[in-house]
Design a binder for this molecule. Structure first.
Ligand SMILES: *Cc1c(COP(=O)(O)O)cnc(C)c1O
Length: 341
């Protein structure tokens, strides 16, 4: 694939590390070697996967002469935080449309990403009820801005269109190159699957390089069937954009819908266990909405024997740790401290 022909801003300055997770692997029985691709360490305020996608999306915005960015997400959206952060770097105002997917969940005084929207100097926030057509809501904001002389550019939720997903095609290439240098043959890659740009990009990048590395997506909001359909559609469109001949076979897309729990962003026992395990055993901060649930899925698949003994499994850490601070009540243990003096 010749990805160099697509405009990008150069936000991703170096490959993110691939690290072993020896303590976690051992505590899960030692039959599978777990590894982690640290996209939580990408550049951009507090890091995370949206930087790879925005690298291409914001380049497109500038190419089209935009001077203002509009995007959307949930009330604790990492994507909104990173879009705003890169817009700040580019000197562009950024407007956010936040969807209250859980009724009553938007609180102006909330911690986590919501607090960072304020610190980073968001130009405007519009809160809409769950189920709202987000593209229409963003177009309404764009109309208003155009009427006042601005040139707004709309980035879809999660930056998950073929332009944004190209960032994860590049990530798949980067990962294969690193694994070659490390002499590490992985048997499977596990990724969180939300608005689907990350999962789709990785699938297209693996197919485009003939890597023969299966990719497993762990859903954070949808059923298996609905998510697989979404990932197949975006993978097909992305493959066409980057020139992967023959498209993406349906079998390249596998999702697990068993780890969503009661719904998007709602805590599960598995998520709490995964967040606490990774922090206490590997000093890695996951997040409650995406990487925590995805790791809960990965841990369960290891326990169930889904990966053959001796497998090397690479988990993609997509970031999101600022949201931890908005979930303290469900994650904290309430430990006892000893007071001396
Ligand atoms: C957005 C996000 C994801 C999901 O990526 P998609 O491309 O939307 O599927 C995973 N983890 C974190 C921390 C995110 O912010």
């Amino acid at each position: 694939m010749n990805l160099a022909k697509f405009p990008r801003r150069g936000y991703v300055t170096a490959p993110t590390p691939i690290e072993p997770l020896p303590h976690l692997s051992k505590s899960l029985g030692g039959k599978v070697n777990l590894w982690m691709k640290r996209d939580d360490l990408l550049p951009g305020t507090a890091g995370g996967n949206k930087t790879r996608k925005l690298d291409f999306c914001i380049a497109d915005a500038l190419k089209q002469g935009a001077d203002t960015v509009i995007t959307c997400g949930a009330v604790q959206s990492n994507h909104c935080r990173l879009t705003l952060a890169w817009a700040v770097k580019e000197g562009m105002p950024c407007h956010l449309v936040l969807e209250e997917r859980v009724k009553g969940s938007f609180k102006p005084e909330a911690s986590g990403n919501n607090f960072l929207f304020d610190l980073l100097g968001v130009a405007g926030i519009t809160v809409v009820p769950g189920g709202t057509n987000m593209m229409e809501a963003m177009q309404a904001v764009a109309e208003r801005l155009r009427a006042s002389g601005r040139k707004p550019y709309i980035i879809p939720g999660g930056a998950s269109n073929p332009i944004g997903a190209t960032g994860y095609v590049a990530c798949a290439q980067e990962t294969q190159e690193q694994l070659f240098h490390m002499g590490l043959a992985i048997d499977c890659m596990v990724v969180p699957s939300g608005s689907a740009g990350t999962h789709s990009g990785i699938v297209v990048g693996m197919r485009g390089c003939n890597a023969n590395i299966p990719v497993v997506g762990i859903n954070v909001s949808r059923t298996k069937e609905a998510q697989e359909q979404l990932v197949r559609k975006l993978s097909g469109e992305t493959a066409e954009r980057v020139g992967v001949r023959g498209g993406i076979p349906d079998d390249d897309v596998t999702c697990f819908g068993d780890y969503v729990g009661a719904g998007y962003s709602l805590p599960t026992e598995g998520m709490v266990e995964a967040v606490r395990l990774l922090a206490s055993q590997e000093a890695v901060l996951l997040d409650p909405v995406y990487s925590g649930k995805a790791m809960a899925g990965c841990i369960d698949l290891v326990r169930k024997g889904y990966f053959p003994e001796g497998s090397n499994v690479l988990f993609l850490h997509t970031g999101g740790s600022p949201a931890l601070y908005a979930y303290r009540d469900v994650l904290a243990s309430g430990y006892d401290a000893e007071r001396n003096g």
